[in-house]
Design a protein around this ligand. Sequence first.
Ligand SMILES: Cc1ncc(COP(=O)(O)O)c(C=O)c1O
Length: 279
Amino acid sequence: MTRKIFSRPFTQQEAISQEAIDAATEVLKTGRLHRYNTIEDELSQVSLLEQEYASYQGSRYCLACTSCGYALSISLKAAGLESDEYVLTNMYTLAPVPGAISNAGGRAIFVEINENLVLDLDDLAQKATSSGARFLLLSHMRGHIVDMNKLMRIVQEKNLVLIEDCAHTMGAKWEQKKSGNFGLAACFSTQTYKHLNSGEGGLITSDNAEFMARSIVLSGSYMFYERHGAAPEAEVFSDIHKSLFLLCCLCLEKKPSTQCWFSFSHYHLSKFQHSPCAL
Ligand SMILES: Cc1ncc(COP(=O)(O)O)c(C=O)c1O
């Protein structure tokens, strides 16, 4: 097999094609730039992207966000990371990755890498045991993918929740399986130096309905879920609303605040306010 060597500068993007400029201009002319700002049965450009990317990736769900760093942070929270909990992650990664762990309220435990720039699996196993961490945020740095068969054995043995940071491996595969399809979820970047260039942007993919519903809510959405292009069914969201509502009630009792009320009212309070016992 002849291997293609990438020989162009990493930090100098190709010009945007005329076709892409025309497509963007068409959207600008409508003025409907927000994902929910659609007419009749129209699907927004964001929803279309989510559908297309889910299909490309081979995943059930996809959420478009403002960046991969933001996507990582949302994913950790949606996966159930608790305050001050440990997250295993590569020693060799980019600052937004430990940044996302910190933003999500977690604490990074850095795992060594080897001469091939991928995770040292002995160190991973050892640190998973000594820390008791439940989460592994794995960056496939510079397109180098660790032996995923061995890694997944450790993930299963140590009962880890795997989130893949595929900022550098959009479209790459390990033994015919796309990077991003090994764990609970994967995050991709469309920042200007990456495989797709939207200036800034990120994508989360997953096959897990509850995880994706939580991610969508955490990304700032509080209604119109049906307008998301590759989202779970509506009932998955109503289950999540119930637990959020309960959380808001507990929170309000303890310490009523404007922020609390804001969350309260935005999580479809009206849907549940007449039957709180049903919770
Ligand atoms: C390995 C890695 N992960 C995550 C990110 C964050 O991506 P974004 O810039 O879309 O937040 C980057 C950004 O370059 C990265 O290199």
